[in-house]
Design a protein around this ligand. Structure first.
Ligand code: ZN
Length: 620
């Protein structure tokens, strides 16, 4: 963040210093996972062995490593953070299970390094592994972990609230396998180890890593997964699927006997693979991927898989999206996450807007540009301040609703507003630049602001501070306006604009004229009140502030100011031949260079009556 009081020179040096210290010790750790897992459909368990090759890039010596062991969030009677959150929401934790004797958990059978057993402790969904000797910066350690993952059959969609955030399991013979292996916790410059337990709200955060995965499933199963499937071989009753995925921050898969597979090539040369249980998703998925390819930059991976699932809702994972409802909106939203989440990663607990608001914005952009959706389908039209800033830790939101309102709706509205503030062309460039610069990296809000400022050549901290970090609001209104003819025959219209509330944004004001044309002005919104002057050849009919809902504005009932028609008088004024006929008309003609037509209106609602005044006062 820029400090405006410092001179440019000092600010620049600080930036260099910050960058230098960051570069010294904040490189992401290098991780390679080699996982071999067997799915047992009789017991609904996965047994696996995992080799984690970990290179310490923290800039510091590590005495321990932390892993996520997410399935433990659901373990019966474990009173985990997730279960406590469910209870606070009035949902009994065991309601997540379809059957009373089902369970879900991850058991760690052993952890070894160089043949030596390592001790570990598990708290909720976090596992701490004590290292035999400290791992210096730059050193590599290889761990072998044997694990068992008990998969649940969650309640069907009817108990949606209860099953929310249950993203892994089986139903109707189809398996959705996510958050299923011990995964290294991110160590970053901000927080060190990001020791976030699995939460009802708040998704994931992972280091970009390489995966080499071998899955053993029943011979008649079809598998869809993150990355590229290299081979599938049937050995007796089993099918062995080998897959690799490079520079991804997670690995997820689906498997079942009922999948129908469709494949097609996308505009950037990547393959689209669709696994359907009945939904027709291929055309929509291909169109959405091609739209985002063109709009934000080419998809970052060789394959993207779209899989219909029977467990959980629509959900994104690197290289694979899970589709539960089958709507176009769901498919497009989840695929947009391949840009904002998969390729450009982020800490979804601390800054969930970087993936959810961006995916929501992308989905709305697709709707408007590809499906002719009206502008009113944008989040900025549906803005209601939730009273909680967008940049709030996900698990601090009191409800799913307030989380959705702030992170998805307001967050997307902020992006639409940014597009207005910097201009559509600059906005497109900055999104492309942000994507290009942070592909295969985790980005922060500060990274995005830096790119936005650089590309638009505007100082934007003020904008993001207000709209992401506060719940300040604003409301524009047009209480009064006037127009008059100038000596040269042109019409000058003056409109008073008022900004109430502590938030600030520039705004568009338009003047609709009698000849059907429109004049536009832009007000910077810095003051609380101002007067705008328009010149035109035709008289004004109406003025409107923020006609396209570019700004997250509170009250839209006071956004217009209507000028009365004065039909008779105008007829007289515009046709001097009539001037001889009426005394009033003669007076008007005589005074036409000086008189001001003043109109006040409460706007389109008519809550206050419109009144009009012919003021005889000389304008100059
Ligand atoms: Zn999303």
């Amino acid at each position: 963040m820029r400090t405006r009081n410092l001179s440019v020179g000092v600010g620049l040096w600080l930036l260099v210093l910050v960058w230098w210290s960051f570069a010294l010790w904040a490189l992401p750790n290098e991780i390679e996972y080699t996982i071999s897992a067997q799915l047992d459909i009789a017991q609904n368990i996965i047994t696996g062995t995992e080799t984690v090759r970990f290179t310490n890039r923290t800039g510091t010596e590590l005495k321990e490593l932390y892993f996520h062991v997410v399935p433990n969030a659901f373990k019966r009677g474990a009173n985990t953070k997730y279960q406590q959150e469910l209870q606070r929401a009035g949902i009994f934790p065991t309601l997540i299970y379809a059957s009373p004797d089902d369970d879900a958990f991850m058991e760690i059978k052993s952890i070894t390094a160089n043949g030596q057993a390592l001790s570990f402790t598990i708290d909720d969904t976090l596992m701490r592994v004590a290292l035999p000797k400290p791992l210096a910066d730059g050193e590599t350690l290889e761990l072998q972990i044997e694990f068992l993952n008990d998969l649940m059959q969650p309640t069907p969609g009817a108990l949606w609230a209860a099953s929310f955030a249950v993203r892994s399991g089986h139903r109707n013979g189809t398996y959705t396998v996510t958050l299923w292996y011990p995964k290294v916790v991110v160590y970053d410059a901000d927080e060190g180890w990001n020791l976030d337990k699995y939460s009802f709200l708040g998704e994931f955060y992972g280091d970009f890593a390489n995966y080499d995965v071998t899955l053993a499933v029943p011979a008649n199963f079809v598998v869809g997964c993150t990355g590229v499937i290299l081979s599938e071989t049937v050995q007796g009753a089993q099918k062995i699927v080998k897959a690799i995925a490079e520079r991804v921050h997670d690995f997820a898969w689906v498997a079942g006997p009922f999948y129908r597979v469709e494949e097609t090539t996308l505009s950037n040369g990547s393959q689209l693979r669709v696994l359907s249980l009945g939904f027709n998703m291929t055309a929509t998925a291909a169109d959405a991927m091609n739209f985002f390819n063109e709009r934000f930059g080419p998809y970052a991976y060789p394959v993207v898989t779209v899989a219909q699932v029977t467990v959980g809702g629509g959900m994104e994972y690197p290289g694979i999206v899970m589709i539960a409802g089958g709507s176009v909106t769901e498919i497009v939203h989840e695929l947009a996450h391949q840009w904002w989440y998969a390729a450009v990663g982020n800490d979804e607990m601390d800054e969930a807007w970087l993936d959810e608001a961006f995916a929501t914005f992308s989905e709305e952009l697709y709707d408007i540009e590809r499906r002719q959706a009206p502008l009113s389908s944008r989040s900025s039209y549906n803005f209601r301040e939730s009273g909680i800033p967008v940049l709030t830790r996900a698990d601090q939101f009191p409800s799913l609703r307030s989380y959705a309102q702030a992170v998805y709706t307001k967050g997307s509205g902020v992006l639409w507003m940014l597009r207005w503030v910097v201009g559509a062309e600059n906005f497109d460039r900055l999104m492309r630049e942000y994507y290009a610069r942070f592909t295969y990296k985790n980005a922060t809000t500060q990274d995005f602001i830096a790119v936005a400022e650089e590309v638009s050549a505007q100082e934007l901290d003020w904008f993001f501070d207000i709209w992401l970090r506060t719940v300040k609001t604003l409301d524009f209104s047009l209480p009064v306006g006037s127009w008059r003819r100038l000596e040269d025959g042109q019409i000058e219209t003056r409109v008073t604009i008022v900004r109430q509330g502590e938030a600030i944004a520039p705004v568009k004001v338009v003047l609709y004229l009698r000849d059907g044309s429109v004049v536009e002005a832009r007000w910077d919104g810095q003051q609380t009140v101002s007067e705008l002057t328009f010149k035109s050849t035709s008289a004004p009919v109406q003025a409107e502030v923020d006609p396209d809902h570019d700004v997250l504005e509170q009250n839209r009932t006071n956004n217009t100011l209507t000028f009365p028609a004065y039909a008779m008088l105008d007829l007289v004024l515009d046709n001097p031949v009539y001037c001889g006929y009426a005394r009033l008309a003669r007076e008007l003609c005589a005074g036409r260079k000086q008189n001001i037509w003043l109109a006040t209106s409460s706007g389109s609602t008519g809550t206050r009556s419109s009144r009009s005044v012919i003021a005889g006062a000389a304008a100059r």
